[in-house]
Design a protein around this ligand. Structure first.
Ligand SMILES: C[S@@+](CC[C@H](N)C(=O)[O-])C[C@H]1O[C@@H](n2cnc3c(N)ncnc32)[C@H](O)[C@@H]1O
Length: 124
């Protein structure tokens, strides 16, 4: 029962509030018809948004990177509870990413405010 409730919660309120959910409905609409196979959620935090994408794109592999080990731990724990099995989470400083890694979709939400101006160019 608790598992079902958590699944429903994560599916519809990935970030814990309805305004985020509404924004994502718009994003989902804007992305209609676009397909991608390998995606990165840079600065994924606890992975709520990663899972939201993953649930909506079951054929895509999502990688979540975050510098904060405790958040990555939470993201991994939530994945066990959640229903998406196309996500992996890793501790990674975005500034030290391997440049050979290729993704055909990158998400970067609420992260730029944490990095210095000159580093923003690296991410974008
Ligand atoms: C406000 S949270 C946003 C989390 C998630 N993107 C979301 O929208 O819910 C910002 C995240 O960026 C991460 N972060 C900041 N600088 C980073 C860096 N250099 N490398 C990786 N992650 C970083 C933080 O640890 C934090 O989890």
């Amino acid at each position: 029962m608790i598992k079902l409730a958590r699944n429903i919660y994560y599916k519809y309120f990935p970030s814990g509030n309805i305004s985020t959910y509404i924004r994502f409905l718009y994003l989902k609409r804007a992305m209609r018809g676009i397909s991608f196979s390998r995606a990165l959620d840079a600065g994924c935090g606890t992975g709520a948004i990663t899972r939201f994408f993953a649930d909506n794109y079951p054929g895509t592999s999502f990688v979540g990177y975050d510098i904060d080990a405790s958040r990555i731990e939470q993201a991994k724990a939530s994945t066990i509870v959640g229903d998406s099995n196309n996500t992996t989470f890793h501790i990674q400083n975005l500034m030290e990413m391997d440049e050979s890694e290729e993704y055909d979709f990158r998400s970067l939400r609420f992260v730029l405010q944490y990095v210095l101006d000159q580093q923003v160019r690296v991410l974008c």
